[in-house]
Write a protein that binds this ligand. Structure first.
Ligand code: FAD
Length: 652
């Protein structure tokens, strides 16, 4: 990512994952009993086919995707049509599409936060009676902002299946922040809802898990007391020294690590500030460590996956200047580049978290857009509100959200310059349909758009195809209790070389009727993060190879890795994978973060000429939203781009 929400952690901890805690529903069952019972027996590899195999349609009250475990995110059934389109399938033949008698003021492709925000802004501009259709290929709305519910041992925990946080507040435009406020979100209330004392009270530190294939031994080494901020202020030299002494590293590597932490040496002596900046833009963190800091190979291994969660890339492909903040503050201080390394990092606590992450924003939007979609009226009651999926696509509703529907063609009826409407074709449950709309917003993914609108200029199509989305996986594991972590005194673990690079207790947030499990005997969710990068390749090649890996990795492999890694990390604290794991949800995002430019791999574009800007130009009655069109994987950007797209359509 180009922007950063945190200041440099003194130890490598991935993006969005600095903090931890618990989450639970105090005795609230959020799903139908039968479904809960069927899922309570643990991970069900076939759960993704649950609705399909039982013929449960979205109009059925039993339809409740958040409760599914197994393979989620881009789940089976969500991507096949789009991949067929990419591979040349067309639905042009006579009879391939049924023309529905539906005409909308606005059709939106993509039911993520950008698409839902576009519906919201369009209604503000055109009134609440504007007729809007939102299409999404997944079985649930929200795009990356998805909710998981995991049940076991008598309770249901809410977890985040993708977009984690309201973060980097400085990136929110006044309108984007205004949208949050209109939805009832007062971010100051997280000061009360997020238990900042939780980890300290339980003695939970951040830690590093050194594993035997890379470091000769499996060892969990506590690093530092966790904090909602991770700036230098919380960097305790005593804790760091003890950590280094305990780490299974070669003696020389220990010395080198101490040197990085404690001596403010200029590692680029003899260079001017400008020369340093120029050099660091074009070398990786790995190269910086090896060739300029000249550290022992064990130190490179130690930092190996530190940038994974932030960039979707390891340190081999992380541009040094933008990512210096992953190294100890003394390094940047020694270089005299604190300001450059800080970039636009803001001093904000990492606490603006609903139990399901930004899925709550999506749910608040849907509640506002669709009458009867959910009870309640506040940011507190949305957390435990059960969405009524049957209401989403009701015939009488001005806004209709149609899930399990992949758009395959978006074409002006007539010349784009003069047409008065657009035909939108989509495939749902194996059948093709067509609706019409006065205007269209493509709030889907940039790389899909050239297939939907092949009549766009080739320059625009090329620009849209420039970025490659970042693959990553958030796995939520329901544990019977978190006693083992309490016994070991750890709450968040960075794993430099393991399958999952990050393992965290869920965040200690209680909102409304929802309470995190404050006692170690209570069930809790562990978050595990995997980034399938392929070190050594250029960024885009890594993303493509990682995506291929994700599409071919079965749930059973993730399950095996979860059990193996957690057993090795927490076994000494009494953890028993057989007994303690109650459920697993793998949120697989082969097309995850929006592509952001890197000084290592992308040119510096002249003003206004970057591909995301050329690609997002309005095409007749079709405008383009989505975080890709802002080249930043941020909710703030997804919202801002939605407003831009709505405003562009005012001109047609
Ligand atoms: C794992 C993960 C964690 C993240 N964490 C954060 C975070 O903590 N904070 C933050 O601000 N941002 C975060 N992000 C970035 C996040 O992507 C944005 O915040 C935002 O949710 C993007 O919204 P969007 O609507 O632009 O895109 P998406 O959420 O991707 O929604 C687009 C939707 O369009 C659908 N679509 C695509 N093609 C078609 C088609 N042909 N027909 C129908 N539908 C289609 C997609 O399947 C998707 O559902 C995270 C992203 C990921 C992947």
């Amino acid at each position: 990512m180009n922007s950063k929400s945190q200041r440099a952690p003194p130890t490598p901890i991935a993006r969005r994952d600095f903090l931890n805690g618990m989450a639970c529903v105090a005795g609230t069952a959020l799903m139908p009993e039968a479904l809960a019972a069927s899922l309570e027996h643990g991970p069900d590899a076939a759960a993704e086919e649950y609705f399909l195999s039982r013929g449960i349609a979205p109009t059925d009250p039993a339809y409740y995707p958040p409760a599914l475990t197994g393979m989620r995110g881009s789940h089976p059934g969500s991507f096949e049509v789009a991949h067929a389109l990419r591979d040349g399938a067309r639905w042009d033949a006579p009879g391939a599409l049924t023309d529905l008698d539906e005409h909308y003021d606005l059709a939106i492709v993509g039911g993520g936060i950008s698409g839902l925000s576009a519906a919201h802004f369009f209604r503000k501009l055109h009134g609440a009676n504007a007729k809007i259709l939102v299409l999404d290929n997944h079985d649930d709305f929200g795009g990356h902002a998805k909710r998981n519910e995991l049940s076991g041992a008598g309770s249901t925990r809410i977890a985040c299946g993708g977009t984690l946080m309201i973060e980097e507040l400085q990136l929110y435009t006044p309108e984007a922040m205004g949208l949050l406020r209109e939805l009832g979100i007062d971010i100051r209330r997280f000061d009360r809802y997020y238990d900042r004392d939780f980890r300290k009270a339980h003695g939970l530190k951040s830690a590093c898990f050194f594993e035997r294939s890379a470091f000769g031994v499996d060892r969990l080494c506590p690093q530092q007391t966790d904090s909602v901020y991770l700036p230098d202020a919380h960097f305790d030299p005593k804790e760091i020294r003890a950590f280094i002494a305990d780490a299974p590293l070669a003696p020389q590597a220990r010395d080198d690590l101490r040197r990085l932490y404690f001596s403010r040496v200029d590692l680029l002596p003899g260079k001017t500030r400008a020369e340093k900046v120029e050099l660091l833009k074009h070398i990786s963190i790995q190269t910086f460590l090896e060739q300029y800091a000249r550290v022992h190979p064990d130190v490179v291994k130690y930092y190996w996956q530190s940038t994974n969660g932030w960039l979707g890339l390891g340190i081999d492909a992380a541009a040094a200047l933008d990512n210096l903040w992953f190294l100890p503050p003394a390094v940047t201080a020694g270089l005299g580049l604190e300001a450059e390394a800080r970039g636009d990092l803001a001093d904000q606590p990492y606490i603006y978290h609903f139990p399901d992450g930004n899925a709550s924003i999506a749910r608040l939007l849907v509640r506002r857009l669709v009458p009867g979609a959910a009870p309640g009226s506040t940011m507190e009651d949305i957390v435990t509100a059960r969405m009524n999926y049957a209401a989403l696509d009701a015939a009488g509703s001005p806004v209709r959200i149609r899930l399990n529907s992949t758009a395959v063609r978006v074409r002006h009826i007539g010349d784009p310059a003069t047409a008065s409407s657009v035909a939108v074709s989509y495939v749902s449950n194996g059948k093709g349909h067509r609706v019409r709309a006065d205007r269209v917003i493509l709030a889907c993914w940039n790389m899909v758009i050239p297939y939907l609108c092949p009549e766009m200029s080739s320059a625009q199509r090329q620009a849209l195809a420039y970025g490659v989305k970042v693959p990553l996986v958030y796995t939520n594991v329901l544990l019977r209790n978190w006693s083992a972590l309490k016994n070991l005194g750890v709450g968040t673990v960075y794993c430099p070389t393991s399958y999952f690079s990050e393992v965290d207790l869920d965040y200690p947030v209680s909102i409304g009727n929802y309470h995190y499990p404050s006692s170690p005997e209570q069930p809790c969710v562990l978050r595990l993060e995997r980034v399938p990068c392929k070190p050594g390749l250029p960024a885009k090649a890594q993303y493509r190879a990682g995506r291929a890996e994700l599409f071919t990795t079965p749930f059973a492999t993730f399950e095996h890795q979860v059990r193996d890694q957690l057993g090795r990390m927490f076994g000494a604290g009494g953890f028993d994978a057989q007994q303690d794991i109650l459920g697993i949800t793998v949120n697989r995002w082969p097309h995850g973060y929006a592509y952001s430019y890197s000084t290592l791999f992308d040119p510096e574009w002249p003003e206004g000429q970057a591909p995301h800007i050329l690609g997002r130009q309005r095409f007749g009655r079709i405008a383009i939203a989505n975080a890709d069109s802002g080249a930043e994987a941020e909710t703030s950007i997804a919202i801002a781009e939605a407003l831009r797209a709505c405003r562009e359509l005012e001109r047609v």
